[in-house]
Design a protein around this ligand. Structure first.
Ligand SMILES: Nc1ncnc2c1ncn2[C@@H]1O[C@H](COP(=O)(O)OP(=O)(O)OP(=O)(O)O)[C@@H](O)[C@H]1O
Ligand SMILES: [Mg+2]
Length: 425
């Protein structure tokens, strides 16, 4: 049996095949037994009659005493010459069908003489045929019945299994207050399966809850020290500092702002409530891009890479979640900076999307889908990253209904495009 068939169909096929086998064996058995008994009884009866004719009637010079359906023939008597159609070489019993007629033929050799008794059996043959027709009809009906019953049983057996599968698949099943499944099922194999699902789902729920709490706790607790760093930077900026110290202070400030953005991003992603999507404030594509260009310009210049920002189409005045958009920009620009040695990086703005192109090492086409997976880094990965940047970017895009694509920038390098679907006008 093909194991790729659905379970319900497999049950029906098994049911039908079993009936086919059992009912087929019975039907063939009936036919064989009828034939066997017919041959055995009739040949016994004909043998007895032949014996009476040869040893009593002929010996006493009487004509054979037989019923009208039975005829006697002998090879040594002209008036009883054996007709050609009944003259067989083999001795014993046989059935001969001649057109519409059917006969039992019994041939015996006694003292070198061949004797034959021929009995018309047309009527019996008709009854026999009727019996075989009934057996055949019974066989076919039992197959159809088994198929129908199999369908009914399979549906009944599979119904709780399908219901359980549907319940397990339902997304509400991962909610903390989802009711246990096992209570709805009998204490049988399916009930045990439901109980196993309950325990696995509850473990899954707990670990999801723990992960969410961890992220939100960490994000929440980091906000206070970050605020302290930011305010200390502001206080220090007012003091008289040497040029080198001012540069260091700027770096600390920038890093703390980035961390603040990240903390905010993680917090919103962990809570995943739509009403909290505006938690980090809102801004237009143009304003975020301007701030990012200012932030990254010096780093590109330090690495002697040309950094360009072009406006191909005036961006819409749509407001986007500022924290998320900043995180997407900073990850794409950081990657462009890391993975480009010479040439240029170009940020282009369109009505509601933007692209970041670089002339760096590029990403092989067969690797372009996997770079969005967490902890995936290329062979030419730089710095101490973990391979989480693009996975975070994709999570943000999914959360906001945006899309991100990557393509190869000819002759070498890569091009990331982010399409922003407006969330709020
Ligand atoms: N602009 C780019 N040019 C070439 N390869 C890139 C570019 N951006 C990403 N990649 C490849 O994709 C991989 C995944 O990028 P991702 O930003 O997720 O991780 P990372 O930069 O290695 O580390 P992290 O961002 O966690 O610091 C990188 O390791 C790199 O191989
Ligand atoms: Mg990165």
């Amino acid at each position: 049996m093909n194991n790729k068939q659905p379970l319900e169909r497999r049950i029906i096929i098994a049911f039908t095949l079993m009936t086919l086998l059992v009912s087929g064996t019975f039907s063939l058995g009936i036919v064989a037994i009828v034939h066997f008994i017919e041959e055995h009884l009739v040949s016994q009866e004909l043998d007895r009659q032949l014996h009476v004719v040869v040893h009593e009637d002929l010996r006493n010079g009487r004509s054979p005493r037989l019923d009208p359906e039975t005829h006697f023939y002998a090879s040594n008597l002209d008036e009883f010459a054996i007709p050609k159609q009944f003259d067989r070489k083999e001795l014993g019993f046989a059935e001969v069908v001649d057109g519409d007629e059917a006969f039992y033929v019994y041939i015996q050799e006694i003292n070198g003489v061949r004797y034959a008794l021929v009995q018309e059996q047309h009527e019996f043959e008709q009854r026999e045929q009727a019996l075989f027709n009934v057996v055949l009809a019974g066989f076919l009906l039992s197959i159809i019945g088994a198929w129908g019953l199999g369908r009914l049983m399979a549906r009944k057996i599979m119904q709780p299994v399908s219901r359980l599968a549907q319940q397990v698949r339902h997304r509400d099943q991962l909610l903390p207050l989802a009711p246990p499944l096992a209570l709805e099922y009998a204490n049988d194999e399916i009930g045990h399966l439901a109980a196993a699902f309950d325990s696995t789902l509850s473990k899954l729920r707990n670990s999801l809850e723990r992960e969410k709490l961890f992220t939100s706790d960490v994000s929440h607790e980091l906000r206070t020290p970050l605020m302290i760093i930011a305010s200390s930077c502001e206080l220090l900026a007012e003091a008289h500092l040497a040029e080198k110290e001012v540069a260091h202070l700027q770096r600390i400030k920038r890093a703390s702002e980035e961390m603040h953005d990240l903390v905010q991003t993680f917090l919103i992603l962990a809570r995943s409530k739509p009403e909290e999507a505006f938690l980090g404030g809102q801004a237009t594509l143009q304003s975020i891009a301007d701030a990012q260009v200012e932030l990254w310009q010096t780093m590109f210049t330090d690495k002697q890479i040309e950094f360009q920002c072009a406006v191909a189409e005036t961006p819409k005045e749509t407001l986007y979640n500022a924290t998320f958009l900043r995180t997407v920009f900073s990850n794409l620009l950081r990657n462009a900076l890391h993975y480009t040695e010479h040439g240029k990086v170009k940020l282009t703005l369109y009505t509601d999307h933007f692209t970041v192109e670089d002339t760096g090492i590029g990403i092989p086409e067969n690797f372009q889908e996997s770079i969005f997976e967490p902890f995936v880094r290329g062979h030419n990965a730089r710095g101490e990253g973990l391979g989480l940047g693009l996975s975070l970017v994709r999570r943000i895009c999914t959360h906001q209904g945006w899309t991100i694509e990557v393509s190869t920038h000819s002759p070498h390098g890569s091009c990331f495009s982010v399409f922003l679907k407006p969330k709020k006008q």
